[in-house]
Design a protein around this ligand. Structure first.
Ligand code: SF4
Length: 239
């Protein structure tokens, strides 16, 4: 570890390793759904360094920022080709664009959710097939919808275990780890993009706005999740 890693962060990191090791021992094959955001830099570093049997994937929706591909390339240089890219199914994507147009997701919540279904949810379902559990980088403080999460839970929506090792981490701890380990990160984070999704659906946030305010900014907050993390108590496939 670099000289800036504090004892507290060492302990936090040890807890992540212990959680992943316990989940692996108990459940079997795990896969990490890598968002390529700031939290993903931490988890990629830990998993690539210490958990060779945990697979990783990212979903290339076809609408990511150029900066996201750049950070992916940096991760490939640092860790080798550990992150598998999953693309939307070509015929489904062609049908979607024929139906709603190339930027049809702005038209309504339903159109946006349909786009997320084709470009994110269906590839996600394919990517997790055959695994006993999936790992996510969500943190409790990211949003009200994520505040009620658990470190380990049964994910009834997708039929496997869900492990959230960074759930209790603060944003400051994530960035301490990134700096101490001199990890790559998405350049958009330095331009007021704390949460990064697809390019046409993400904008910079203003001072005082919540960290997810730049995601699907034209919608009411109630609908603003892509569906991978439904709100507690809801069965929504695309929330
Ligand atoms: S975030 Fe936007 S572009 Fe990306 S899948 Fe969802 S609606 Fe489509």
């Amino acid at each position: 570890m670099g000289k800036l890693i504090t004892l507290h962060l060492e302990e936090r990191t040890a807890q992540v390793r212990a959680l992943l090791a316990a989940a692996q021992a108990e459940h079997g094959r795990l896969v990490y759904s890598n968002s390529l955001g700031a939290e993903a830099m931490v988890l990629t570093d830990i998993i690539a360094s210490d958990f060779p049997a945990i697979d990783m994937f990212s979903i290339d929706t076809g609408r990511l920022h150029e900066e996201t591909y750049t950070v992916l390339e940096k991760l490939q240089h640092r860790y080798g080709n550990r992150i598998r890219l999953i693309a939307p199914e070509a015929a489904a994507l062609e049908r979607l664009i024929a139906r709603q147009g190339v930027n049809g997701f702005y038209a309504s919540v339903e159109a946006r959710q349909e786009c997320c279904r084709v470009r994110k949810i269906e590839p996600f379902r394919r990517a997790i097939a055959g695994y006993a559990g999936w790992i996510t980088g969500v943190r409790r403080e990211q949003s009200a919808a994520r505040a009620g999460g658990e470190l380990r839970a049964w994910d009834a929506e997708y039929g496997l275990h869900k492990i959230s090792p960074l759930l209790e981490w603060s944003e400051a701890e994530v960035w301490q780890y990134i700096r101490a380990r001199a990890l790559p990160y998405n350049a958009l984070h330095d331009r007021q993009y704390p949460s990064i999704g697809c390019s046409p659906c993400t904008r910079a946030i203003q001072p005082g706005e919540s960290r997810r305010a730049g995601r699907w900014w034209w919608e009411q907050s109630e609908s603003r999740e892509c569906g991978l993390h439904p709100r507690p108590g809801r069965q929504a496939a695309v929330a």
